[in-house]
Design a protein. Structure first.
Length: 75
């Protein structure tokens, strides 16, 4: 049986797979106390945190999903 931390970590990875970055960050935050020394976890967690921060600056948050206006340049 999985611990609470392991369940949160799995939920975070599933949210990442589904491109639900805000939800993934929420689950990573729940799992963080259980995986403080795990380098792979820390990489996923910090990368997701950075991704959410950047996307929120570039786009808008709508219902825990980030919508970004795509701009294409032809040049």
């Amino acid at each position: 049986m999985l611990s609470l931390g392991e369940k949160a970590y799995c939920a975070a990875l599933l949210a990442l797979k589904n491109k639900e970055y805000v939800n993934a960050l929420h689950y990573f935050e729940k799992a963080a106390p259980y995986f403080e020394k795990n380098k792979e976890f820390t990489l996923y967690f910090e990368t997701t945190r950075l991704l959410v921060e950047v996307k929120s600056k570039l786009g808008t948050l709508v219902d825990d999903k980030i919508e970004i206006e795509e701009i294409f340049t032809h040049g």
